[in-house]
Design a protein around this ligand. Structure first.
Ligand code: EPZ
Length: 420
C-alpha cells in the first residue's frame, strides 16, 4: 500500500488551481441516469471515487466516453442493469445516489445497503422514507435495498428530520420525474446540492427554492441531455488554505468560489491570516506568523463544514492558545486526534469536543489515515512537524485530493509518495 513521506518544516508559498468538486460531481454523474439522452459532465476531478462512480454507471449499461480534458459523455440510453452491486457500494457509499434516479426512470432498482464507515453509522433511512412518501415500495433483502413503484412516483410534501446532503440529492433527483409537485423541507443547502439542482434544471427539471431549505420540484415526464461544468471543490480549496496557514506561508488559489468558503475564511482570519478575495480567487498570507487557535463547531451549510474540521484541528495543534473543536454532524469524526497526539499534539477529547492546546512544534511519526479528511489533516500535521512523518493508508486521500503531493511540492513541501 502506498504511503506519503513528509519532511516537515517548510513554509509553503505559491499558487494553485482548484479542481472540480468531488461531492458535486458524484451526484451529477448519478443524475445522468435520469435521461436516455447524452449528457456531458465537465471539470471532473481525477479521483478514485469518480472512477468508481464511472465504473458503476458502466456496470448499469451506460455508454461512456471520457476525453483527455476530464470531461465525460454519459449515454444512459443503453442502461439495462438496475442493480448497484455490493462490490462497488462497499468501496463508495455515494453509490446510493443512483437509487432515486433509477427508481424514478425505470420503476425498480436494487442497491446494496451501504454500511457504516470510519466516521459514523451513516444511516440512509431518510432517503428511503422520502421515496416511500413518493409512493415507492421498499424492502431490505439479502443486504440490498429493493425499491419499486407502480406507475410514476407521486409528488409529496417531505420534511427531512435531519439535514442530509445525500438524502436531499436522492429525493431531488427522484422528484424531477415524479407526477405533480414535491416539496422537500429542511433540505440541505450545501453548494454541491445547488450545483446538482442547476444541472437538473439544465436537463429540463423544474426546481424552485434552489439554495434555500425548501425545494419545490414540479415533476416532468422526461429530462433531456445537457452539457454541465462541475463547480470548484470548496473543501480542497479550504484544505490547501489551512495547510499553508499552518506553515505560516502564503497562497493564491485560482478558480475558487470564495463565497462557498465564507465561514472557513472567517476562521482563517481569526487565526490571524490576512485573506483577500476576488471573483474567482482567494489569497492568504500569514506573513510568517504562527496561527492563533480557533474554536469551531461543525454544522450543515452555511455553518462550519464537517469536511474541514480535521484540517482546523491540525492547525490548532501548532497554534498559539487553546482551540475547541466540536463535531455535531458525524459521531466518530475526531479519530485523527489520537494520531496527532502521537506526533506530540496535546488534544483531549470529551464527548464530541476536542480541546487542543497549541504546541510550538509537532514531531514527525508514522501515522495511519482512517478516512479522507482525517488523512488530509495528518498530512498538514506532517508539514508542520519536525523530522519525518509517514502517512499510511493514503488510498483514503486519493479518493478526494487530486495529485496532492504534486500540488504541495509546487508550494515547496518536501513530500513524496512511496509505493508500498
Ligand atoms: C455528504 O455525505 C458528503 N459526501 C460528506 O463528505 C459530508 O461530510 C456530508 O455530506 C456532510 O456535509 C458526499 O457528498 C458524497 P449526510 P452524506 O447525509 O450525504 C445523518 C467527504 O469527506 N443521516 O448529510 O452521506 C448522518 O448519519 C465526505 O467528502 C441520517 O440520520 O451526509 C449524519 O449524521 C465524508 N439519515 C447527518 O445525517 C439519513 O438517511 C449528515 O449526513 C441520512 C443522513
Amino acid at each position: 500500500m502506498d504511503n506519503l513521506l513528509i519532511h516537515g518544516g517548510q513554509t509553503l508559498a505559491g499558487q494553485l488551481r482548484v479542481s472540480g468538486a468531488k461531492n458535486a460531481a458524484l451526484p451529477i454523474l448519478a443524475a445522468t441516469l435520469l435521461t436516455s439522452e447524452k449528457t456531458t459532465v465537465r471539470n471532473l476531478p481525477h479521483l478514485h471515487d469518480i472512477t468508481t462512480m464511472v465504473e458503476l454507471l458502466g456496470s448499469l449499461g451506460a455508454d461512456l466516453m471520457v476525453d483527455e480534458k476530464l470531461a465525460i459523455e454519459v449515454d444512459a440510453g443503453t442502461v439495462n442493469v438496475l442493480r448497484a452491486p455490493y462490490e462497488l457500494v462497499k468501496t463508495m457509499r455515494a453509490s446510493i445516489l443512483v437509487l432515486g434516479p433509477l427508481l424514478a426512470r425505470f420503476g425498480h432498482v436494487e442497491v446494496s445497503f451501504p454500511g457504516g464507515c470510519a466516521i459514523g453509522s451513516r444511516p440512509v433511512d431518510l432517503h428511503l422514507k422520502g421515496l416511500e412518501a413518493m409512493g415507492a415500495e421498499i424492502q431490505i433483502e439479502e443486504g440490498y435495498i429493493k425499491a419499486r413503484r407502480k406507475g410514476r412516483l407521486q409528488g409529496a410534501d417531505i420534511t427531512l428530520e435531519t439535514v442530509t446532503v445525500g438524502g436531499t440529492e436522492n429525493l431531488l433527483m427522484a422528484a424531477t420525474l415524479a407526477e405533480g409537485k414535491t416539496i422537500i423541507r429542511n433540505a440541505a443547502r450545501e453548494p454541491e446540492v445547488v450545483d446538482l439542482a442547476q444541472c437538473l434544471c439544465a436537463m429540463g427539471a423544474k426546481i424552485s427554492g434552489i439554495g434555500s431549505s425548501t425545494l419545490e420540484i414540479e415533476g416532468v415526464p422526461s429530462l433531456h441531455g445537457a452539457d454541465y461544468t462541475v463547480m470548484p471543490d470548496r473543501i480542497e480549496a479550504g484544505t490547501y488554505l489551512v495547510a499553508v496557514a499552518a506553515t505560516g506561508g502564503r497562497l493564491r488559489l485560482e478558480g475558487a468560489v470564495p463565497h462557498h468558503l465564507d465561514i472557513v475564511l472567517e476562521k482563517l482570519r481569526e487565526a490571524s491570516a490576512s485573506v483577500t478575495i476576488g471573483d474567482d480567487w482567494i489569497e492568504l498570507d500569514m506573513e510568517g506568523r504562527r496561527p492563533k487557535a480557533v474554536t469551531i463547531t461543525t454544522a450543515p451549510y452555511p455553518g462550519f463544514p464537517t469536511d474541514m474540521q480535521a484540517q482546523f484541528t491540525a492547525l490548532n495543534t501548532v497554534a498559539v492558545g487553546v482551540g475547541r473543536v466540536t463535531e455535531t454532524v458525524f459521531e466518530n469524526r475526531l479519530i485523527q486526534t489520537h494520531e496527532m497526539n502521537r506526533m506530540g499534539a496535546q488534544i483531549s477529547i470529551e464527548g464530541n469536543m476536542a480541546m487542543i492546546v497549541g504546541q510550538e512544534k509537532l514531531k514527525g511519526a508514522p501515522v495511519m489515515a482512517s478516512d479522507l479528511r482525517a488523512s488530509a489533516s495528518l498530512v498538514i500535521a506532517g508539514l508542520v512537524a519536525e523530522g519525518q512523518t509517514r502517512v499510511d493508508r493514503i488510498y483514503h486521500i486519493d479518493r478526494g485530493y487530486e495529485c496532492i503531493e504534486e500540488k504541495l511540492q509546487s508550494l515547496g513541501a518536501d513530500i513524496r509518495r512511496q509505493p508500498g
